[in-house]
Design a protein around this ligand. Structure first.
Ligand SMILES: [Zn+2]
Ligand SMILES: [Zn+2]
Length: 422
């Protein structure tokens, strides 16, 4: 977090309808979603409509390996997309949807035209209320390891880049985003997606990466292993290892933590699967534009959530304070998590098999709970000895639409560093 810029603020919750007022306000958004342009089950309007109707202020359509541009015809009979096509026509009407025979075909099933982002933006966007940010999930792989990144505010599609190992594959894809940003003079951000999906990325794969601003600490897809398993550590564990080594040993910047939906399924519901409304970010900005939202995220002025709403987050005088918007009957505890200078840097392998590709075991000094507080207000005064401190709010409320049964609502406040003398 760029601390000089974070002053004490009393900020209203989501200021829907406030327009482009220039006041600091919280904007809720989802950075990772799929549509008919790749493997999502629904057309962009159904997806965008869902988020707009559920009070989100911005959305990134991040289809795999391409931007939603040009013309694409979908044959719903070939997949599970026929339910989506029926719902689409019912909701948006025959005057809006386009179906029939695509150019060059005269017979066969009815196709549906997936509309490009430009048309969808014109239909849904409202200044200060709802924004679409162009994106792509650059979906690469090294051997069996998926290496996926959301490229935010992208202008030109980026093909998946290769590398000689997982780390280099990740770096080459991040670099492609960074290079396009520099070349076009446009702010773009790279987010490292679902490290535990097919156990694709270890903490050690991620930590040397240069140019990535964000990393998912929660992804709402049902098979991404946010909490790890007997063999694999959770995303929180990986995140602390990444932060600690980057700051203490590699002299690299903080990577901020996001929660996203990675939604693919808008025609079904219930636990599991990849339904919308599970993970999001809430960004503090003065205007709802791609540049203002991305700039705020670049300096860590946002939090990630799977249900917990924060009234305020403040960092000044080396004190990190948060205030939670209480929900009836729900209790909260806040953990301030960090690593102190002089921590024990020893690591050991998690498995005797060197090919196991598992995140190393770090000492208990890494990502330690420095303080835990109950209630709707919590604060931590840094002593100056911390490499970083972040906060995680754990509520007693179960997520209504969990990717894994029993998951509770959480929030992640971005890491801060001591400012004294800096
Ligand atoms: Zn992915
Ligand atoms: Zn995805």
């Amino acid at each position: 977090m760029n601390l000089g810029l974070i002053v004490s603020l009393v900020v209203a919750a989501i200021a829907a309808g406030a327009g482009q007022s220039g006041q600091l306000q919280w904007f809720k958004g989802n950075l990772h979603t799929h549509t008919w342009w790749s493997d999502g089950d629904s057309p962009p309007e159904t997806v965008v409509g869902w988020y707009k109707e559920h009070g989100y202020n911005f959305l990134v359509l991040s289809d795999h390996n391409g931007l939603s541009e040009g013309t694409k015809w979908i044959n719903p009979e070939k997949s599970t997309k026929s339910t989506a096509a029926t719902l689409y026509e019912k909701k948006y009407g025959p005057g809006w949807v386009e179906n029939g025979q695509p150019p060059g075909k005269t017979e066969g099933p009815t196709y549906w035209r997936a509309k490009p982002l430009a048309e969808v933006r014109a239909f849904f966007e409202e200044p200060g209320r709802f924004l679409l940010i162009p994106g792509e999930e650059v979906s690469a792989a090294f051997e069996k390891h998926p290496v996926h990144l959301c490229a935010l505010n992208l202008r030109d599609a980026i093909p998946a880049q290769k590398g000689k190992d997982v780390t280099e594959t990740l770096q080459n894809n991040v670099s492609a985003i960074v290079e396009q940003s520099a070349k076009t003079g446009t702010l773009m951000l790279a987010q490292i997606n679902h490290p535990n999906f097919k156990w694709g990325l270890t903490a050690e794969d991620i930590m040397p990466t240069q140019g990535a601003t964000l990393m998912e600490v929660y992804n709402g897809h049902g098979s991404v292993g946010n909490s790890g398993d007997e063999q694999h550590p959770s995303l929180d564990y990986i995140y602390d290892a990444v932060l600690t080594r980057r700051l203490a040993e590699l002299n690299l910047s903080i990577i901020y933590g996001t929660a996203t939906d990675d939604a693919h399924s808008f025609t079904t519901g219930g636990a599991g699967g990849s339904h919308p409304g599970r993970g999001w970010v809430v960004v503090r900005a003065r205007y709802l534009t791609p540049e203002k939202i991305l700039k705020a995220m670049q300096k860590g002025d946002f939090y990630a959530s799977t249900g917990v709403v924060l009234k305020d987050v403040e960092f000044h005088g080396d004190t990190l304070s948060i205030e939670i918007q209480p929900a009836p009957g729900v209790t909260y505890r806040t953990q301030f998590i960090g690593t102190l200078a002089g921590y024990d840097p020893k690591t050991s392998p998690r498995s005797p098999d060197p090919k196991a590709d598992l995140t190393l075991k770090y000492s208990d000094d890494v990502g330690k709970v420095l303080s835990e507080q109950a209630g709707t207000k919590a604060s931590y005064k840094l002593t100056g000895n911390e490499l970083y401190v972040r906060a995680k709010v754990i509520s007693s409320a179960k997520q209504p639409n969990p990717s894994v049964e029993g998951d509770v609502e959480l929030a992640w406040v971005q890491p801060v560093r001591p400012q004294a003398g800096k």
